[in-house]
Design a protein around this ligand. Structure first.
Ligand code: F6P
Length: 328
């Protein structure tokens, strides 16, 4: 039987995602509900190393459910990757009498948590927060739905110019190694082609498809490219290549970048974050550790952190087929 949990630390780490604040709020308020203390750790693992902590009460997290980013701030700590860094972090945790941690972030966050747990046996639960949706053990990560809506909104605007000028636009979206954003936003925004790392379309097929599109009478087109796409060229090189081989097209590139990570979270992300935040605290109080909470078929479920990171969250290939049919 582990030590009774009386004080939980919560941190956000890695890329921020809309809905992280709703998750923080849920963790803090669930702690208050169960009469235990909650400590906010600032700047992710870097703040853990530096003892950058603040006690959080239910009232400290008022008016944040609607805010993008993370009030706890985030970082990608290099120091935490070293044994010395993690030792410092453990000392700070002991000093602050923190009994367990809730880690909100993506695969890097969970990997750090697992290493830490192996070395120091501190109970921890992960909450998936990343716009990439590239985590196994949940259908949706916090921030993904908001990012999709942001991307679709922006592509709708780009479409106005594409159609007014009869242009072909390559729109690059985020998703370091995963095509979830590209695939779903691409279908939602009516893109002609979607290039994702999980499925290599190949340059020849891309050219063929764009030729067919032109022949079919379309005057403008949108190709959504995931930043992690493995076609062998970056989006600018790709645009040059297409312009060179298909001079009938006037090509432009739009890289959406960090605008995809900002903004108020969608209702879906707020509800998801709230459900997962409450469950994370309840799991710790139940003596559980090394798990991630996620949503599967609209039920809150748990997965081993290790599986969450190493398992494959497959894209829905059906969407590629549907997209092909739509680009007739
Ligand atoms: O993991 C989220 C993400 O936004 C990826 O899609 C992207 O590749 C990366 O973070 C960018 O990270 P940074 O903001 O540190 O440049």
């Amino acid at each position: 039987m582990g030590k009774k949990i009386e004080k939980i630390g919560v941190l956000t780490s890695g890329g921020d995602a809309p809905g992280m604040n709703a998750a923080i709020r849920a963790v803090v308020r669930a702690c208050a509900y169960y009469n235990i203390e909650c400590v906010g750790v600032y700047r992710g693992y870097q703040g853990l190393i530096e003892g950058d902590f603040k006690m959080l009460t239910a009232r400290n997290v008022s008016n944040i459910i609607n805010r993008g980013g993370t009030i706890l701030k985030s970082a990608r700590s290099k120091e935490f990757r070293t044994k010395e860094g993690r030792e410092k972090a453990y000392k700070e945790i002991k000093k602050a009498e923190i009994d367990a941690l809730v880690l909100i972030g993506g695969d890097g966050t969970f990997t750090g948590g697992m290493v830490f747990n192996q070395e120091f046996t501190l109970p921890c639960i992960g909450i998936p927060g990343t716009i990439d949706n590239d985590i196994c053990g949940t259908n949706f990560t916090i921030g993904y739905d908001t990012a999709l809506n942001t991307v679709v909104d922006v592509i709708d605007k780009i479409r106005d110019t594409a159609s007014s000028h009869n242009r072909l636009f390559f729109v690059e979206v985020m998703g370091r190694d995963a095509g979830f954003i590209a695939l779903n936003a691409g279908v939602g925004a009516g893109a002609e082609e979607i290039l994702i790392p999980e499925e290599d379309l190949g340059l020849d097929r891309l050219l063929e498809s764009l030729k067919r599109t032109k022949r079919s009478g379309k005057s403008s087109s949108i190709v959504v490219v995931s930043e992690g796409d493995k076609i062998g060229k970056n989006v600018f090189e790709l645009a040059d290549y297409v312009e060179e081989h298909l001079p009938q097209y006037e090509v432009r590139v739009s890289v959406l970048g960090h605008m995809q990570r900002g903004g108020a979270p969608s209702c879906f992300d707020r509800v998801l974050a709230t459900r997962l935040g409450v469950k994370a605290v309840e799991l710790l109080l139940d003596g559980k550790s090394n798990l991630m909470v996620g949503l599967i078929n609209n039920k809150v479920e748990t997965t081993d952190l290790d599986h969450a990171v190493k398992g494959q969250h497959e894209i829905n290939k059906e969407l590629l087929r549907v997209s092909d049919i739509m680009s007739i």
